[in-house]
Design a protein around this ligand. Structure first.
Ligand SMILES: N[C@@H](CCC(=O)N[C@@H](CS)C(=O)NCC(=O)O)C(=O)O
Length: 211
């Protein structure tokens, strides 16, 4: 049995954008799974929370594939493509695969820290000029990559899934996507895919007036 530990949106939490990536991929692959909705306050954050036995970081997503436990969303995405594939979502050709992993790595190593810096500045009421400039720089890179194409790599892939889950989280932070029409077009393409329906992806787009 495949289990995904997720945080669905609740009063004190917007929901897990990292677990969203895994849920979307599982739907794209047509794999049945049990979604376990975790309360972070009681099940993740306390030092003795039971789920810390599965992920010592106290974070979601956590995957339980018949007793094989995996955490870190990028690793889970690759593992699922490899174990349930082959799938075009993670090509086997080294160059096509390399291009997907490049954007997947960029999302985790570059976009997420910039997003967190912006989030902390906004929530803490601090000066966010540097964080906003950094994010504009990154959205510019993404926008140029998406100019004239529907996906970040050579075809729809786990890089679109990772970026498609995290980039819209900027919208509730008040980031204006008007200067990035290619990013908006790409989000509109993702919005049509059944795997993205009924998720916080749509809630984020709504917060930015994009649906
Ligand atoms: N690098 C990790 C980050 C995981 C992460 O930050 N998860 C957040 C939700 S997106 C979480 O579980 N937060 C727990 C909390 O809010 O207490 C990954 O990609 O899986």
């Amino acid at each position: 049995m495949l289990r995904l530990y997720h945080i669905l949106p609740r009063a004190d939490h917007p929901g897990s954008h990292n677990a969203l990536k895994v849920a979307v991929l599982l739907r794209e692959l047509g794999v049945d799974f049990e979604l376990i909705d975790v309360d972070p306050a009681t099940e993740l954050r306390p030092a003795d929370a039971p789920l810390r036995a599965l992920n010592p970081n106290g974070l979601t997503p956590i995957l339980d594939d018949d007793g094989f436990i995996l955490w870190e969303s990028a690793a889970i995405l690759q593992y699922l493509c490899d174990s349930r594939g082959p799938t075009p979502l993670l090509p086997t050709d080294p160059r096509r695969r390399g291009r997907v992993l490049q954007w997947l790595g960029w999302e985790a190593s570059t976009v997420i820290p910039a997003l967190m810096a912006l989030y902390q500045a906004r929530v803490g009421g601090h000066d966010d000029v540097a964080a906003s400039q950094r994010m504009a720089f990154l959205l510019g890179i993404l926008g140029r990559q998406l100019g004239g194409r529907d996906c970040v790599a050579d075809g729809y892939s786990i890089a679109d899934i990772a970026l498609g889950a995290s980039v819209p989280a900027l919208l509730p932070l008040g980031v204006d996507f008007a200067p990035y029409p290619a990013v908006r077009r790409w989000l509109a393409v993702l919005r049509e895919r059944p795997a993205w329906q009924d998720t916080i992806f749509l809630a984020d787009l709504r917060a930015g007036g994009l649906v």
